[in-house]
Design a protein around this ligand. Structure first.
Ligand code: ADP
Ligand code: MG
Ligand code: MG
Length: 254
């Protein structure tokens, strides 16, 4: 079943065209890796899908399940099941993580027409999820992201994904220098969370991450376009050969 269908997507920021015609189809059960050099437009794609206000969509269309994505406001997209992991998660001093997570969870439950969980019920539920992700429950009593290490923020983000059960997870791992622990956290989380009913788009330029997560498809972005799509072996080819050969190949075929 198709979850996301992107056709000819173009977008600008400050009047400069960054996305120059993106086509991408994501079906349930799939993991798609999007790779590319710095500045190729990977984060822009993630943000446009999430509805970030700095970007103007200037062409194409995006179908998300039964919705025209661009008819949904950002918070409606989140409620409809698009989850964009934050690159730099916010800190909320004085708000305990478990309160924050319960509020987020219950807001979505109400929207889905389901029962809210009271604090005790939620506690059981969140601890189960944490067990699955191999996370320490001490985490629940701390303020949201306050003083968290990079790896701990990453875990928290993955925990939010596990709790909210989005239809489409979009993770932008950006340039923030994930260490090996953080890579493993992300990988373990994505592997636990992806099932036959949801899908994941993983933006990364770390081939190493793909040693732990096996994507169904790898897409390479160059200058706002997907110039090549392949299986997991494409990531290995990029690791061995870099990105230049893609440009050279395009120039000779254009
Ligand atoms: P990537 O994630 O692949 O490194 P980005 O999507 O972050 O690439 O950026 C793509 C291009 O868009 C870059 O040239 C970047 O400078 C430009 N860009 C992104 N956001 C903005 C912005 N808010 N204002 C101006 N230029 C931007
Ligand atoms: Mg970048
Ligand atoms: Mg980026």
């Amino acid at each position: 079943k198709t979850i996301l269908n992107v056709q000819g997507l173009r977008a600008t920021v400050n009047g400069i065209e960054i996305l120059k015609g993106i086509d991408l189809t994501v079906r349930s059960g799939e993991i798609h890796a999007i790779m590319g050099l710095n500045g190729s437009g990977k984060s822009t794609l993630a943000k446009v899908l999430a509805g970030h206000s700095a970007y103007e969509v200037t062409g194409g269309n995006v179908q998300f399940e039964d919705n025209n994505l661009f008819e949904l406001a950002p918070e409606e997209r989140a409620r409809a099941g698009i989850f964009l992991a934050f690159q730099y998660p916010i800190e909320i001093p004085g708000v305990a993580n478990n309160q924050f997570l319960r509020l987020a969870y219950n807001t979505l439950q109400v929207h889905r027409g389901k029962d809210e969980l009271d604090p005790l019920e939620f506690d059981d539920f969140v601890r189960e999820k944490m067990k699955l992700l191999d996370m320490n429950p001490d985490f629940l009593d701390r303020s949201v992201n306050e003083g968290f290490s990079g790896g701990e923020k990453k875990r928290n983000e993955i925990l939010q994904m596990a709790l909210l059960e989005p239809r489409l997870n979009i993770l932008d791992e950006t340039d923030s220098g994930l260490d090996i622990d953080a890579l493993k956290i992300v990988a373990n989380g994505v592997n636990q969370i992806t099932n036959k009913d949801n899908a994941t788009i993983l933006v990364t330029h770390y081939q190493r991450l793909l040693d732990y997560i096996v994507p169904d498809y790898v897409h390479v972005m160059v200058s706002g376009r997907i110039v090549r799509t392949g299986g997991k072996e494409l990531a290995l080819e990029l690791e061995a050969r870099g990105y230049d050969w893609l440009n050279a190949e395009r120039e000779t075929t254009v």
